[in-house]
Design a protein. Structure first.
Lengths: 204, 280
């Protein structure tokens, strides 16, 4: 550990109940893909990663769930924070990660993560992608389990290429990674079961 | 650790330790992401025997919080042993409000029924599941059923339904009637009567299924198509009664038959006690 204990940002004020409430908000997001949920009890976190990302990891990650951090988030402060509060092992190998935190402009966000297998599709990674804003940017249409008819949602900072990769991920169903988008203390989930309409190729 | 975290200093909030709850929560999210697929989880010993709802209780314990209102039913009734003891268990270890009113509940744990009152967006229905694998009676080997699910190879189930028609003239399965979720996984809806199967289809509520002995969790997200298996010339149909409920007169609900004297006199009453009381 590089810093002292006093330099660590606080985790949950009330671990059991904060985790429960945050989990229910995350569950709400997963069971209503495209819905933006605000995590009221999200801890401020160590900086660099958003409060929503910190809340998601403190709620669901522990010593059983290796975490991969994109270079942009792999700072000593973030490592110390997650190791201390979640006890989560931080690893270099994407393929072994249960959770990953990536920036919205990662060069190849889907590459190398566990997709699950045909017999065990649950053994796949969940990618937490930090985006500039939720509810802003181009409007997309999603369909699938959890959505009544279709859902319109907007996520800023993702280009068409990302959404084409997302469509490829959906095509792998029941395998594939699950996506969680975070910004500030807001979160939006797109499980692999959701198909997102891809707009025809246009110049950027 | 704050005092509110412990119940009488003996157990962690909602009985399970935080590590276990995180593990179950991760399994629930994977189950929601792959509707109908049975996610293995590290089932724990619970303070009641297998067959009494240990799977459902673990799911409920992982999601429940102080703001929730819990309803527990057993065969539709709020006042039977299993329902009463599970409700008291959570009132004790999770400090939650309980109710018998379907519309007031945020979480409904159920054994073998879906409430008659339509569920709403935001409610969670937790099923207690004895045998999560719908193909188990047709193929005892786990390695084989897992492969059949992976390949979406469900001919064996259609054959078993066909054999039922060949033998009895109709599909004779009246409970635990197999369904296909979102056109992909075949799923056991738990031993609910097939009368309740249509209520699973595109329900606004989230459905979570927990099997304690077999250590499996699966889910149906809101508004997800759930199709009861059938044939074009033998379409799926539910039970109908010529009688009505002796208490509330309902002709719409699932009726239990009761023998009331030694002469074999019988009576039909609603299985869902809350629905029946609300109509009287």
């Amino acid at each position: 550990m590089n810093g002292t204990l006093s330099s660590l940002s606080p985790g949950f004020a009330d671990p059991s109940h904060n985790a429960q409430q945050l989990f229910r908000e995350v569950l709400d997001a997963f069971s209503h893909p495209g819905r933006i949920v605000t995590l009221a009890d999200a801890p401020h976190g160590p900086g660099t990663i958003s409060p929503a990302t910190a809340a998601y990891l403190l709620t669901l990650a522990d010593r059983d769930t290796p975490l991969w951090l994109a270079p942009a988030f792999d700072t000593p402060t973030v490592r110390d924070y997650l190791r201390f509060h979640a006890g989560v092992p931080i690893i270099e190998d994407r393929a072994a990660a249960t959770f990953a935190v990536l920036p919205h402009d990662d060069a190849d966000p889907f590459e190398g993560f566990a997709l699950g297998t045909d017999t065990y599709p649950d053994r796949s990674a969940t990618l937490v992608i930090e985006v500039p804003a939720l509810g802003a940017g181009p409007v997309r249409t999603g369909r699938g389990p959890g959505i009544k008819g279709e859902a319109q949602f907007a996520i800023a900072g993702l280009d068409d290429w990302f959404w084409r990769q997302c469509a490829t991920n959906h095509a792998l169903f029941p395998c594939g990674v699950d996506l969680v988008f975070t910004s500030g203390s807001q979160l939006l989930a797109l499980p692999r079961s959701i198909s997102v309409e891809v707009s025809p190729c246009t110049s950027r | 650790m704050p005092d509110t975290n412990m119940t009488e200093g003996a157990y962690n909030y909602a009985y399970l330790d935080e590590q276990t709850k995180r593990m179950i929560r991760r399994a629930i999210l994977k189950a929601v992401a792959v509707p109908g697929y049975q996610v293995p989880f590290g089932g724990r010993e619970m303070p009641l025997p297998y067959g009494w709802g240990t799977g459902g209780i673990q799911v409920t314990a992982a999601i429940i919080g102080r703001d929730d209102t819990l309803k527990v039913i057993d065969q539709g009734a709020d006042d039977t042993t299993n329902a009463v003891s599970i409700r008291r268990f959570f009132a004790h270890v999770a400090d939650v409000a309980t109710t018998t009113r379907t519309e007031e509940a945020t979480i409904i744990q159920t054994r073998h029924r879906v409430p008659e009152t339509p569920l709403e967006d935001g409610q969670i229905l937790v099923f207690q599941v004895p045998i999560p694998e719908p193909l188990r009676m047709l193929e005892p080997r786990e390695t084989e059923t897992r492969t059949l699910h992976a390949l979406s190879e469900y001919g064996v189930m259609q054959v078993s339904l066909y054999e039922s028609i060949a033998r009895h003239g109709r599909i004779s399965k009246s409970y635990n009637y197999p369904v296909q979720v979102n056109g992909r996984y075949i799923m056991s809806p738990s031993p609910i009567p097939k009368f309740d199967n249509p209520k699973l289809d595109r329900s606004p509520a989230l459905q979570l299924y927990g099997a304690g002995r077999e250590k499996r969790i699966y889910a149906v997200p809101p508004y997800t198509p759930v199709k009861s298996l059938d044939f074009d010339d033998h379409p799926f149909e539910v039970e109908r009664w010529t009688e009505c409920c002796a208490f509330c007169g309902s002709t719409e609900s699932f009726l239990d038959e009761m023998i009331i004297d030694d002469a074999g006199k019988r009576l039909f009453v609603c299985s869902d006690t809350d629905y029946c009381e609300g109509r009287r």
